[in-house]
Design a binder for this molecule. Structure first.
Ligand code: SF4
Length: 91
């Protein structure tokens, strides 16, 4: 979606209208519920037209909570490390 300004991509987000608890599960809920919420969120992300923009935003801003761009924080950190080491091409 080139041509959109900084946050305009959010208008096309598939997650609009969903409960934030799906994308930002609380650790206090326990590992099972958190994993379940992450799976549900990632399913929604896979159909999102702005998944790349969302992921890039989260990586650029080191978003440390929640599912962004179909990834949790650990997964985003792994991508950021790989990019830093030149093991991934920039998107
Ligand atoms: S990729 Fe996922 S978290 Fe990001 S805007 Fe789309 S649905 Fe929402």
């Amino acid at each position: 979606m080139s041509g959109l300004d900084d946050r305009e991509w959010m208008l096309a987000a598939r997650c609009r209208g969903f409960e934030t608890s799906v994308f930002f599960p609380q650790k206090e809920s326990g590992l099972g519920p958190v994993a379940g919420a992450e799976r549900d969120a990632k399913k929604i992300c896979r159909t999102c037209p702005v998944i790349i923009e969302c992921r890039d935003h989260a990586l650029a801003n080191d978003e440390s909570h929640g599912i962004w761009g179909g990834m949790n924080y650990s997964e985003r950190r792994a991508v950021a490390r790989a990019k830093k080491l030149g093991r991934l091409l920039p998107t």
